[in-house]
Design a protein around this ligand. Structure first.
Ligand SMILES: NC(=O)c1ccc[n+]([C@@H]2O[C@H](COP(=O)([O-])OP(=O)(O)OC[C@H]3O[C@@H](n4cnc5c(N)ncnc54)[C@H](O)[C@@H]3O)[C@@H](O)[C@H]2O)c1
Ligand SMILES: O=C(O)[C@H](O)COP(=O)(O)O
Length: 528
């Protein structure tokens, strides 16, 4: 059955066409996202949800999203998605980090000019027939200093445009390297210096605990008299009441906001303030940007739902479309190794070590480690997947170590997973053969070659004559059919391991009889 996707915001219809062309069953309901109850009732039917910022994907929506695998944000900001809960439910959250960056940067520049020349007020006055030529005295921007808070995708485009307009650009961004600042032609400064020097200040950071109210009354106090503030990033970066007071007092020359603490902003303390310019979160609203983000999110969601490729996910490592087919058998192997070790482990796991040897070391080992952790944790948690497993492991204090090495030994490539628990270390290794099927090649240092079926028996025993016959007899008399039988031992007469694939789950009373077979040390039933 084709995967089902719901588009619950006003995306460009170009997205609908992409989903249809790629065989996805798509429902385009551009206003549904604004109706929480309707979204709640509908979400359970869908594998994918494509949104902009109007749909709020809350914990409650996620809890009702029984089939949801991917949330695609046609845009940048994902503050309307509860990513921790999506991650906990194994739902990928992806965005389109570049598609609307130019458009938003252009909006910031437009807002800067609007405030500097009071264009909206002058327009309203002129169209009202007033011709107030002497009322609207502006500010020239040439040779003025633009203070940039946040110099990522959008901030750096704003810097480029501002430099083109002959402004001097100073930037505060703790993650901006000095080398990148040189390339961009901006001067990297601390926040206080930026506040002191900026004639115009523009914000381009996400809203986080560190950036909330980064411009408050105290920061405004440090600014030049008559300076301007532009916010086209997120409401909450700037204290709205403080800006209102500074505009009323004439401390600020103007402010231009596209975003507000409360959206939609039907009313706001800033409305009506002197030289305050506003737009209703239009930063990304050009036909070009909307087409870009809609096409991109639809392609990304299709790639994931149809091919397992992951790009621009905020809670999962990327897997390219070319990589996905090569990776898939190793993902299966990594998950099987994790599951094998996880099912045999009865004490608290302290560490998972993954060694990638040979060709597999050049693949996307982050994704493979996520798959291995999924396998390890599934016996404990059931609902974990590649998205949630790394977070769950971290939350449980499980250390994860990845080692890549050149090929060593008989196999061209292999993965070895070691579980370190309070009491012991247990390792299991596997490879993928030319037929694309994963095989277990070593358990606890004992070599063997076993394919894992749905139902397996793991038996450790002393390598003594008669054991195999006795085990086979017990299974046969219980009506349990053996599909495959694999043996390995340290050396003749020493410890041995036997992996038996059986055609169904072995009842407990049969397990008890197997445990009593002479020379058997441990019997466990495993399922994959
Ligand atoms: N108005 C709109 O319609 C619109 C459109 C697109 C994006 N946005 C918003 O614009 C913002 C920037 O988007 P982007 O694509 O440039 O993001 P980005 O991740 O490329 O850049 C953000 C930058 O902020 C910096 N930063 C993080 N914490 C900081 C801090 N405490 N102080 C200073 N700098 C800090 C980061 O280092 C990074 O360089 C986001 O909030 C996004 O949601 C708004
Ligand atoms: O983060 C973004 O991409 C912008 O805020 C745009 O939001 P929108 O898609 O709702 O216009």
């Amino acid at each position: 059955m084709a995967p089902k996707v719901l588009i619950s915001d006003k995306l460009s219809p170009a997205a609908v066409q992409i989903f249809k062309d790629r065989g996805i069953d798509v429902d385009f309901q551009p206003d549904l996202g604004k109706d929480k109850e309707k979204l709640l009732a509908a979400i359970g039917d869908y594998d994918g949800l494509a949104i902009r910022s109007a749909t709020k994907v809350t914990e409650k929506i996620i809890a009702a999203a029984d089939n949801l695998k991917v949330i695609g944000r046609a845009g940048i900001g994902v503050d309307n998605v509860d990513i921790p809960h999506a991650t906990a439910r194994g739902i990928i959250v992806m965005n389109t980090p570049f598609g609307n960056a130019i458009t938003t940067a252009e909006h910031a520049i437009a807002m800067m000019f609007s405030a500097a020349r009071q264009i909206p007020a002058a327009d309203a006055s002129t169209q009202a027939g007033k011709w107030e030529k002497s009322r609207f005295m502006g500010k020239e921007i040439t040779a003025k200093t633009l203070g940039l808070i946040g110099c990522g995708n959008i901030g750096s485009i704003v810097a480029d445009r501002a430099i083109g307009l002959k402004m001097k650009v100073v930037a505060f961004d703790p993650f901006l390297t000095p080398e990148r600042a040189v390339v961009l032609g901006v001067e990297k400064v601390e926040l206080d210096e930026l506040l002191r020097r900026a004639d115009f200040l523009t914000l381009h950071t996400p809203l986080t605990d560190k950036t909330r109210n980064i411009i408050d009354a105290a920061a405004i106090e440090k600014m030049k008299p008559g300076a301007f503030i532009i916010n086209c990033a997120r409401g909450g970066l700037v204290d709205e009441a403080a800006v209102r007071a500074a505009l009323d007092e004439g401390k600020l020359g103007g402010a231009a906001f596209d975003v507000f603490v409360q959206e939609p902003a039907k009313e706001n303390t800033l409305f009506g303030a002197p030289n305050f310019v506003s737009t209703p979160h239009l930063g990304a609203s050009t036909s070009e940007a909307q087409e870009n983000v809609a096409l991109q999110v639809a392609e990304q969601m299709c790639d994931f739902l149809l091919e397992g490729a992951v790009s621009n996910a905020l809670n999962m490592p990327s897997i390219s479309a070319e990589e996905a087919p090569k990776l898939t058998p190793f993902v299966q192997l990594a998950e099987q190794l994790g599951s094998f070790a996880g099912q045999l482990t009865e004490s608290g796991i302290k560490k998972v070590r993954l060694e990638y040897a040979g060709a597999v070391a050049d693949l996307n080992t982050k994704a493979l480690t996520s798959a291995a952790l999924t396998g390890v944790l599934t016996p404990l948690l059931q609902t974990v997947n590649m998205v949630s497993a790394p977070v769950v492991a971290r939350e449980r204090g499980i250390e994860v170590e990845e080692i890549r090495r050149e090929k060593k030994g008989a196999y061209e490539t292999y993965i070895r997973l070691t579980l370190v628990t309070e009491h012991q270390e247990r390792s299991v290794a596997g490879t993928v053969f030319a037929d694309g099927k994963p095989r277990i090649i070593q358990v606890k240092g004992i070599n063997m070659e076993a394919e894992l079926g749905a139902h397996m028996l793991y038996v450790t025993n002393e390598d003594k004559p008669g054991f195999i016959g006795h085990l086979g007899m017990e299974l046969g008399s219980a009506g349990v059919n053996i599909a495959t039988f694999n043996l390995g031992r340290i050396a003749a007469g020493q410890d041995a391991i036997c992996l038996v694939e059986v055609d169904g789950k072995v009842p407990q009373e049969v397990m008890d009889r197997l445990a009593a077979v002479s020379h058997v040390k441990q019997v466990k039933s495993l399922s994959f």
